[in-house]
Write a protein that binds this ligand. Structure first.
Ligand code: ZN
Length: 235
């Protein structure tokens, strides 16, 4: 049996599936992986600042203008729509999504349970009074101020900031109790994604990622191709 048929059969027979996603699942929706970007040019040091440095808590605090310049241009895609892969998994009612993405596309596709490890660009809060602002109510490319004078911060986990314990707990619990774990669009090198694989005790580990990962050898099925192409062959 070819591996696409095997994947289809595994999905049909599984009782509980966890879909763990990274940037790769949103690339077909036109959202590039910001980590592959060059970052920002720094006039003072005549050097480039990496994306990881820019989207850190301290950079946000000390250079909010530059932060939002990068964030708004490289990480927020208001017009992006869910693709075939988001939609396919949203139609399965036994799938829990754990995602590193902040683009809200799983929810937009209709997925009911989505644990967002790194937060969401959709939600924004005043740092002073905690007032909520939807993405549509702010300009993500510049510093936005609340009526109270506080800076409005995206509900996105920046470097140097801890993940939300409750979300992490639920994600681990889901991975720990599912029979099939499908990992899509992550090279499993960014913490904490790789660490979560250790909690999986189910039968079927499936990896779908354009490039090889260091976990390919322990997976039941590996697809080193675009996830939309894989879904096209099994839908
Ligand atoms: Zn406020």
């Amino acid at each position: 049996m070819d591996k696409y048929k095997q994947l289809k059969e595994i999905i049909e027979k599984s009782e509980k599936i966890v879909l763990f996603t990274g940037a790769g699942i949103s690339v077909p929706s036109g959202i590039p992986d910001f980590r592959s970007d060059n970052g920002l040019y720094n006039e003072k040091t005549d050097d480039f600042i990496s994306p990881e440095q820019i989207i850190s808590h301290s950079y946000f605090i000390f250079n909010p203008k530059k932060f939002f310049e990068f964030y708004g241009n490289k990480m927020v895609y208001k017009k992006a729509k869910p693709n075939l892969a988001h939609e396919y998994f949203a139609r399965l009612d036994n799938v829990i999504v754990v995602t590193q993405n902040i683009d809200n596309l799983h929810q937009e596709a209709g997925s009911k349970i989505v644990y967002e490890l790194h937060g969401s660009v959709k939600r924004n809060y005043c740092m002073k009074c905690r007032k909520y602002y939807d993405l549509d109510n702010i300009n993500e490319k510049e510093v936005n101020y609340c009526n109270c004078g506080g800076i409005i911060k995206p509900d996105v986990v920046l470097y140097e900031e801890p993940l939300d314990d409750k979300v992490v707990y639920k994600a681990i619990e889901a991975i720990n109790s599912c029979d099939t774990l499908i990992v899509v669009g992550t090279s499993l090198t960014v913490y904490p994604a790789a660490a979560y694989l250790r909690y999986f005790r189910g039968e079927n580990l499936i990896l779908i990622n354009k490039s090889k990962t260091q976990y390919d050898h322990i997976a039941n099925l590996v697809f080193n191709e675009d996830v939309v192409e894989v879904i096209n062959k099994i839908k």
